[in-house]
Ligand binder design. Sequence first.
Ligand SMILES: [Zn+2]
Length: 324
Amino acid sequence: MSFPLGKMKFVFAFLLVILAANLLMAQAVRTNQVGENERMVPTGDGHAVPEAKPVGGTVVTGNGINYNGGPVLKGNPVPIYIIWYGNWNGTGSNTPATTSLIEGFLASNSLGGSSYEAINTTYGDNTGNVSGHLNFIKAVFDTGSQGTKLRNSRISAAISAQLTGGGLPTDPNGVYLFITSSNVSESGFCSSFCGFHTHQTLNGADIKWAFIGNSDRCPSACSIQATGPNSPATGVGGADGISNIITHESEESITDPDLNAWFDNSGNEDADKCNFKFGPTGTASNGARFNQTFGGHNWMIQMEWENSRGGGCDQTLGGPFFTN
Ligand SMILES: [Zn+2]
């Protein structure tokens, strides 16, 4: 495993993240130093709030991550909506093969019902636990209503248009994934983050949404390997890169939807604590590494932080912990 980003680049990225993280939580790009992501100190809404004392039986603490008093998403399953933004009828990984693969990846009989997603059941709030289930509900395409050079306000406008226009339901209990084709830029994407999640009031509801960039725009920063287990051709790893970023941002959107529930003393949410850590891997027929098999496919997705047994990164609920 190589981590090609140099230290200076990281320092630059670190500063950008501090500037950018006031209203969102970002997945850092890959780094070449163990634990670098631990130094990120996002300053989301709740970070000055002291750790709340557990009230019900659903909040378990003492496992390296703190409960800060806010709600988690408790849908069983949590509904997932997708806005495919940009040109998804293109070449490389910007194709219907990718959109189909990812929609299937998020289904209840794939990621949505996996023993991996079940790791999230170790998180709760004072009224209940995360179900550990999610399910893809609906996708829409936006071929570029906000252009190809995005910033957060343009993403908000594009999502809002889907809600007010009825393309997607207005669901404060769901997660909206805004996934961009590789010709689309977003301020900070590839230089400081691969994805991020946030929440804001759109169409009158508290909407949780995440930006997911096609990692083929910057594979050295946002893909763990150039060719993934689902690559259509050598070096076209975007779909697998997207699946990895989705696991990161969806887990965090569920356990910290309003940026005031679960994160540690450094501001790291559950997926941040295992960012680009995969654990043991196998080798697919095309030579790519993978660490999960469900829904009829092999996947290479980061581990998640289990909030039990002292805390650690694992591939399945109750499985062994691994440090990278
Ligand atoms: Zn994160």
